[in-house]
Design a protein around this ligand. Structure first.
Ligand code: ZN
Length: 246
């Protein structure tokens, strides 16, 4: 069984389409989306419709902080993110908003846990960016494999039997064995707004048979997305960010 993990699509149609095209060639059986379908980008309606279609066909999806911010005053978002959410609200239909509001915060299945931000406090939107910030997620649950998004920079951590957490370097495109004597927390990079210095869309594939995780990067037409972002009147910094991956 091969499971594709996608997160932080952020209303970026071009990046989302490129990832789906890349995925189509990789014998994926199932799809898990880790939230933040909207926010920042210029194509929220298209992206939510696409995810709704994928969920109707068997994919699963959890809720991100930007999905939650639709329709509520969320003081936790920075001003530029809030401005785009206010713009996004007027571009979503009632069924699209209902879909976002009904997404679960976490999905647990077998030895796996899927959550947008962190396992220890899913609705507090904690950023897992270090061994010390990964540790509480390992402590709070028994899952052997934890998958998160939210950070927009791919990362991999493991925890040994004594509770010691280790960071592992990532080699995109190369399968990493998730050895069974350790537990693993994978931060899947962002489809629609990468922030690790590369503008390439990120996602990952977990092979449950070989027990290997492969982080992938996919080129897409970020110039078009940046143009659409400017034409929509969204903050200029967001268009710049797409081009630079920062
Ligand atoms: Zn995000």
């Amino acid at each position: 069984m091969r499971l594709a993990l996608l997160t932080d699509i952020h209303a970026n149609r071009e990046a989302f389409e490129a990832v789906l095209a890349d995925m189509a060639n990789r014998a994926v059986d199932r799809i898990m989306i880790l939230g933040d379908l909207v926010g920042y980008g210029p194509d929220p309606g298209w992206c939510v419709d696409k995810v709704m279609e994928m969920v109707a066909a068997g994919a699963q999806c959890v809720r991100g902080n930007h999905d939650r911010a639709i329709g509520i005053a969320d003081g936790a978002l920075n001003p530029s993110a809030r401005r785009v959410i206010d713009w996004t609200v007027n571009r979503l239909t009632a069924p699209q908003k209902l879909f976002l509001s009904e997404l679960p915060m976490t999905i647990a299945e077998d030895d796996m846990l899927f959550v947008h931000a962190s396992a220890n406090d899913p609705s507090d939107w904690i950023y897992v960016t270090s061994e010390s910030s990964a540790m509480p997620s390992f402590r709070v649950c028994d899952a052997r494999l934890i998958f998160c998004g939210h950070v927009h920079r791919p990362a991999l951590y493991s925890c040994d039997l004594t509770g010691r957490v280790m960071h592992h370097p990532i080699a995109p495109g190369l399968p990493t064995p998730l050895i069974k004597s350790r537990r693993w927390l994978s931060v899947i990079g962002s489809v629609g707004q990468p922030r690790d210095g590369s503008h390439l869309a990120a996602y990952a594939i977990l092979d449950r048979v070989t027990n290997e995780l492969t982080f992938r990067r996919v080129g897409y037409d970020s110039t078009t997305t940046a143009r659409k972002s400017r034409e929509a009147g969204l903050p200029e910094a967001l268009a710049q960010r797409l081009m630079k991956g920062i």
